[in-house]
Design a binder for this molecule. Sequence first.
Ligand code: BDP
Length: 604
Amino acid sequence: MLKPQATSTRDLVNLDGTWRFALVQSDLDSEAPWSKPLPGTLDAPVPASYNDIFVDPAIHNHVGWVSYQRTVTVPRGWTQDRYFVRVSAATHKGRVYINDKFVTEHIGGYTPFDAEVTGLVKPGESFRLTITVNNELTNTTIPPGILEVNEKGKKSQRYFHDFYNYAGLARSVWLYSVPAAEYVKDVTVVTDVEGKTGVINYDIKTDVQESTSGTSVHVVVLDETDKIVAEADGAKGAVKIDNATLWQPGAAYLYQFRAEIRKDGKVVDTYSVATGIRTIEVRGYEFLINGKPFYFTGFGRHEDTAVRGKGHDSAYMVHDFQLMDWIGANSFRTSHYPYAEEVMDFADRHGVVVIDETPAVGLNLFIESGLFGKGARATWSDDFCNDQTREAHADSIRELVARDKNHACVVLWSISNEPSTSEKGAREYFEPLVKLTRELDPSRPVCFINVMFATFDKDLITDLFDVICLNRYYGWYAHTGDLESAETAFETELKGWVAKYKKPIVMTEYGADTMSGMRSHYCTPWSEDYQVAYYNMCHRVHDRVPEVVGEQVWNFADFQTAANHIFRVDGNKKGIFTRDRKPKAIAAVLRERWNAKLDELAKL
Ligand code: BDP
């Protein structure tokens, strides 16, 4: 799905700002918030999660629908156009109403959707735009959850992932136009390298009205100085660039791949995709980018800041990338959902490698029973992850690939975080999803992120994937405070994976909760000293197991979690940085280690 763009044939109007806001107190259809100006005096910022904006527990803890509303004017020049409202994310379900009319519904909280306005409102006219957003998670949503209703009829939400269920319109909303007669609907680019020549294989889908004839598709590739370096005719094919500058981790180079529809020699629509030319390959125990062994350094992250919740914020985005650069992180994982498209564009521009993850997190009832002693319930069963859940999961994969397929930064798809893969039924659930991901994108490897309970002797699905991605907490959740036994247990397990599967291993999570400022002569868990000792222990093990080709620590920064997690005090504290991005003692240690790794990689 193409991100809206202003070009010589398209316009883009940003609808961010403060919108009127109200909770839906009873039933959405009977309240019909779209039918009139919203009641009350609340205004909410877009983009932002609404939960932490107001000093009102009823809003913070609301379970159900909320409404956002504003007036929008269609530019008067859009007479030859089709136009749409683009909602970049409505977490987790969104409905769009133009004046009194329901236009569309979208399920899935982290991927974009469109509502067409053409035909409902004329150019030059204004309309009331209402977007209702629902934050409920059930066993058939991704991520899943359980809704509970108490004796008084009050709803509450349980979920099985360790981050706060922020909701609302956390990303930008746009009004945009495309030419009505014919426009570029989708572009797919897949790159390759032949000697010194860069190859861009492309496939362009157009929407051409039947009454329009005589159009043709043309493509133009420009380098970073805007010089044309290749051209071709046709909606599908390949263009070659001699002496191409490759997109490299830490040294990005982006060509503009411009798709044009031409009619009678005139350009009637044009859309550009920033394209980094690079190859990815998993060979034996190696993860190769442009044929060279790559070692992931970096983070599992969250979109999470004070007040905004998951709201996209350019200042935090740029600052976070600065911190990653400072510390020597060449990569991150979009744990545990697709991030804002601006983040993906930024990673492309700055050569940061991304493991791109679906929102399929918390497909695991085993953790609950293991950690909290709640009676064991089957994860893969009719009343939890069933066929309908899998269909929602498949949609989340389709939408992720559709949105992010053209990003050079994306080198690996992660289709789930810590599903219960030692439980019966896991293989039946995952096999079709892996197949689907490979059909949608044969060019990238696929992984899932393995949970600590599903060790190599218990896990049922790893052979279906290309890379082994492990989340391990030896020295934290297991062998707490005893780093010596943790070291032995961790190494023994890693060697078990190596012996069983001939695949590269990426450590996608390891970490220890740490209160910033807490020091200890005795290296007590929760102290900054323990976090340093913990990471040094893990790194000794990584360095003894050559099949480990990456380390992404958990987490970049402290982040908010659900209030009913009694083992969390104001959130998860495994950050290398605090929630306001101050470094803990471990930051300097990682900086030294990772910069040395990057120097080694540069020599290859
Ligand atoms: C892992 C999860 C991650 C948690 C982390 C932790 O993947 O979301 O935040 O553990 O417990 O199980 O800190």
